[in-house]
Design a protein around this ligand. Sequence first.
Ligand code: EPU
Length: 445
Amino acid sequence: MFHDMKNVRMEKVRKVSMSKLIVNGGNRLSGEVSIGGAKNSTVALIPAAILADTPVRFDSVPDILDVHNLMLILKSMNVSSTFKGDILTIDPTNIIEAPLPSKAIKSLRASYYFMGALLGRFQRAVVIFPGGDNIGPRPIDQHIKAFKALGAEVSEVDGTVTIKTGPDGLHGAQIFLDIVSVGATINTILASVKAPGTTIIGNAAKEPEIIDIATFLNNMGANIRGAGTDVIRIEGVPTLQAKNTHTIIPDRIEAGTYLSLAAAMGDGVLITNIIPEHLESFVAKLEEMGCDLTVYEDSVYVGPSHNLKPIQIKVMPYPGFATDLQQPITPLLFKADGQSMIIDTVYPQRIKHISQLNKLGGNIKSKDTEEGIIVVNKSPHLTGAKVDAGEIRAGASLLIAGLMANGTTEIAHAENIMRGYGSLVNKLTGLGADVKLKIEDEERV
Ligand code: EPU
């Protein structure tokens, strides 16, 4: 069955468990595309909602598979949710403690946020160790260290993490993270936001998504200061009550992906609903390559690119160049006149895309998986082929390369891409791309 623009609402009510993207490459792209709410905010905000003593409402929610899986997890704890347009309403007032559905939990790594959120709500949590993208080892030792510092006991048997507290529950604590971790920073906030006393997170991650979570919680009465810096201070409060709708920040990774594809194949593309400050390191690299960009207050115009130069990219925690964008920028590097190099210090083994891009005629190799060094050579002749989207951003890079290639590219496991790119087919078709989604297996949610 082919899924076209008119059927896009189907993504809302059905969970696609296997799909293929069929890309007929070569079309020049033009027009306007609007960026949705940030996936990595949304997947933390939904678990955070269970900390509230009132219903909560989110605006600008991206229509992505992760949202549907999180709604299933909420349902298992008797938390009702409705998703209409881009508004998600969650009512946690009748929440119960119940086993969480393992398939949904394993479908996204961010389900680890239920550890912090359940701990904050019930002073205990039992959560299966989450799955997620295949981008190399992804330990959660820093999350566990923080839960322990807040007064919890943590044990793990056969992949199930059990977190308990004594009769006094959690208490504020001083925590210094050994590694800058987005997940550990947010999980510590979720666990401590209602814990009596003061919690101080040192060496905290500074991603905009962390500020978004803190803003949501503060608007409900939390007392979190310093989000966006490397020291976050939390004074525990007894209750959180939503008084207004929280609008989710735009997705800087989705934006970067469209910037990359517009620079690669565009004849003038305006990308709207962007916070340019969140993309400074990415935009700087595109400009260094010689891309034609005009940055406005909340949008970026990308003109056609000519004579692109090779670049060196070092992936770093925010505000550095995002690991989530090293794969989406790679097809653009194929157009540069010479050899580019990427060093991914955050996920050195994030290399699923390499063998697949080479199938399309890319000349790219992983030089050192300890150091995360990837060498990208000029590859002017890409040709359609059958490839596999092993994970979300690998899939995004294959999609861009498929749009650049001559002929048809079939991307298997496109559901990995749909995890993070809302209304993908719609948006690409709107720019003039020839892309179809072929659903191979789906279930009703
Ligand atoms: N790390 C540890 N121990 C921990 C936690 C992290 O060693 O307890 C290491 C990781 O292995 C990694 C580094 O610290 O080398 C940073 O990991 P971080 O915890 O920041 O990653 P995450 O929170 O699991 C989020 C995003 C990822 C994104 C990374 C880095 C979400 C749901 N996921 O993951 O997004 O790549 O931060 O920015 O927010 C994606 O969207 O494609 C994606 C994978």
